[in-house]
Design a protein around this ligand. Structure first.
Ligand code: 5GP
Ligand code: ZN
Length: 111
């Protein structure tokens, strides 16, 4: 499958890893939009939030269970979690990911 994040999971493309276990991976965004900018992804390929269903939602819950631990590793307690679903919403990589943004340079909030 020609998926950038699946290639990062497979180690075919290097990444700056923050956290990894058998189900999920967190790595630093290559083009940070804030002082702290990491991406959390499931290792299972899920294209986007529209593809979350009862048979794959456990890993999404798991991501959110792990985010506090990941935030600690990133050295932050206050942060914003963003998911873009679909090109119209700005999704450029079609593998479900949650942006974690924090620190200086965090732009004005949208919502
Ligand atoms: P999206 O725009 O789909 O919500 O977010 C995709 C994110 O992936 C962007 O913030 C972009 O900077 C990041 N990104 C794209 N290619 C790479 C890469 O090769 N490595 C890393 N670490 N991040 C990437
Ligand atoms: Zn993928």
């Amino acid at each position: 499958m020609d998926c950038l994040f699946c290639k990062i999971i497979a180690g075919e493309i290097p990444s700056n890893k923050v956290y990894e276990d058998e189900k999920i991976l967190c790595f630093k965004d290559i083009a940070p939009q804030a002082e702290v900018h990491a991406l959390v992804i499931p290792k299972e390929h899920i294209c986007c939030a529209n593809a979350i269903a009862s048979d794959n939602s456990a890993v999404v819950a798991y991501i959110f269970e792990k985010i506090p631990e990941i935030a600690k590793k990133l050295g932050v307690t206050d942060y914003r979690i963003i998911n873009n679903c679909g090109e119209g919403a700005g999704q450029t990589v079609k593998h479900l990911h949650f942006h974690i943004l924090s620190g200086a340079n965090l732009s004005e909030k949208l919502v």
